[in-house]
Design a protein around this ligand. Structure first.
Ligand SMILES: Nc1nc2c(ncn2[C@@H]2O[C@H](COP(=O)(O)OP(=O)(O)O)[C@@H](O)[C@H]2O)c(=O)[nH]1
Ligand SMILES: [Mg+2]
Ligand SMILES: [Zn+2]
Length: 314
């Protein structure tokens, strides 16, 4: 065999090896398609290469190399997550380390509880709006939970969202105000507590768990007490049938590109004002009913500025 021929053969073999490898990698990254009823385990928490699942009354640690999230229904084979059931709904964010990648924070949610503090840390309307876009995208019903109302009696800041039909709960884990309403709202649902760090998500979870501690169960025990910083998301099962996912606080909710339709869902209180153009971005278009509403005071300046901030990402 000439030198040239043998090099050609080596190239061919290398190419075949590469193809084989690509095939294996493709098969690995593609979760097996399965029927939802095969996936009987519920993902509770995720660690590095392992995840905690509830299978009936048992809590198991499984090896896992699929992109699962708390709330996922999964099937287990030989101690490993074999498949993820199709997700009903999701809460997603852009990976801060890689803006091209989307991360699922939680799956199969009935409710997204956007937790904000009336004070300490300061109320951030922009973050609420971003969560509303994420809720619309993932098909999840949002709820706005304004905590620490013991610190400030004026709760008008929540008005725009109440007016647009988002359920608003004013609460305090100190005075227990609103905790009963929140518990009733969550009953029987899978919900996630999301919001800036320090707003009281874990305190709310504890307050809700206390109220349901009358009967005990394996998952309930993991709620724990004390104030520590939440470092990873975890699902807790409450006695009233609610399942709550506590998440670590985030500073920014990366959404990638936002569409006008998504933005309009997050600012549904603007729908009451007619503009000349149906796809008006309320920035510079003539005949903009929204800008007229801002001028007349029917829409608050802050609310409009919130729109402008997000519209800059269109
Ligand atoms: N004044 C007041 N402080 C609260 C309330 N809820 C929680 N906190 C305090 O806020 C801080 C952060 O609470 P934490 O539950 O860890 O917040 P998370 O980071 O959102 O989980 C803690 O010092 C809590 O004691 C409340 O309703 N009122
Ligand atoms: Mg926490
Ligand atoms: Zn307009």
């Amino acid at each position: 065999m000439s030198k040239q021929e043998s090099r050609g053969l080596a190239d061919l073999r290398a190419m075949e090896r590469k193809k084989r490898l690509q095939k294996i990698l493709a098969a690995k990254s593609r979760p097996t398609a399965v029927a939802a009823d095969e996936c009987s385990a519920l993902v509770i928490a995720i660690g590095l290469g392992i995840c905690t699942v509830a299978a009936g009354e048992e809590i198991l640690q499984c090896r896992c190399d699929l992109p699962v999230a708390p709330g996922d229904r999964v099937s287990i084979r030989h101690g490993r997550i074999a498949a993820i059931a199709p997700r009903r709904t999701t809460l997603c964010r852009r990976d801060p380390a890689n803006p091209h990648r989307e991360r699922v924070i939680a799956a199969n949610l009935d409710l997204l509880v956007i937790v904000a503090a009336i004070e300490d840390p300061p109320f951030r309307p922009g973050l609420v709006d971003r969560y509303l876009v994420a809720a619309a995208r993932g098909g999840v019903q949002p709820v706005l939970c304004v905590n620490k109302v013991d610190l400030c009696a004026d709760t008008r800041i929540a008005d725009p969202w109440r007016e647009m039909g988002v359920p608003v709960i004013l609460c305090s884990t100190r005075t227990e105000a609103g905790i009963g309403d929140l518990r009733d709202l969550l009953s029987g649902s899978l919900a996630v507590l999301a919001g800036h760090s320090g707003v009281g998500k874990s305190s709310l979870l504890n307050a809700l768990a206390d109220a349901t501690r009358a009967s005990t169960g394996p998952v309930n025990e993991q709620t724990g007490k004390g104030r520590q910083t939440t470092t990873s998301s975890r699902l807790y099962q409450l006695r009233n049938g609610a399942r709550l996912i506590d998440t670590p606080g985030i500073r920014e909710l990366g959404l990638g590109r936002v569409t006008l339709a998504e933005l309009r869902l997050a600012f549904a209180d603007f729908d009451a004002f007619a503009c000349k153009y149906r796809d008006c971005t309320h920035r510079t278009e003539p005949g903009c009913g929204l800008r007229a509403a801002v001028e007349s005071g029917a829409i608050g300046k802050n609310r409009y500025n919130g729109w402008l901030r997000m519209a800059s990402e269109l």
